[in-house]
Design a protein around this ligand. Structure first.
Ligand code: DQA
Length: 158
């Protein structure tokens, strides 16, 4: 059978503060998978989508901002779980707007069913979409949606 090879798509996966503690951090809310396990599932899903994911986790806002800047020219899109910075960081929002790379926002928990302070996202207005509440599936669905969006973009520009 003819295998259709698509041009590779590289996605920067950004994990914000405290996500390095997944597995032991409030498992009733965030589940029992560790961050390396989530990254492995993303890498396997990316292969099926003929894409590549490069994960970066940081507890520091400035490092996340730097990673977004450095994505320009290296990656076609960004998948981000900004953790608590989702609700506080104008700097992350501005960095995403500045690089203008298609970005999908994901959350393991459903931020709208939780405390009021989690209901506002500074990232949402600069993201192409948001997926919240499906545990690791939020990441996997987000990746699929982002790659799909980028492939459509590719087709439109050829
Ligand atoms: C989170 C939700 C945020 O409110 C929280 O601060 C996190 C994780 C999630 O994935 O559900 O750190 O982004």
């Amino acid at each position: 059978m003819l295998e259709l090879t698509l041009p590779p798509i590289s996605i920067l996966v950004l994990h914000g503060p405290n996500l390095n503690l997944l597995g032991q951090r409030e498992p009733g809310i965030y589940g029992s998978l560790t961050l390396p396990e989530i990254n492995r599932l993303l890498a396997a899903a990316a292969i099926k989508l003929q894409a590549k994911v490069i994960p970066v986790q940081s507890n520091h806002e400035g490092i996340l901002v730097d990673s977004i800047h450095e994505a320009l020219g290296q990656y076609q899109g960004i998948l981000i779980n900004a953790g608590a910075y989702t609700h506080t960081s104008v700097a992350l929002r501005d960095a995403i707007a500045a690089v203008n790379l298609p970005t999908v926002e994901v959350h393991l928990s459903n931020i709208y069913r939780r405390e009021d302070f989690r209901h506002h996202s500074f990232i949402a207005p600069v993201a192409i979409g948001q997926i919240s509440g499906f545990g690791v599936q939020s990441y996997l669905l987000g990746l699929q949606a982002l790659v799909d969006y980028l492939r459509k973009d590719e087709r439109a520009s050829t």
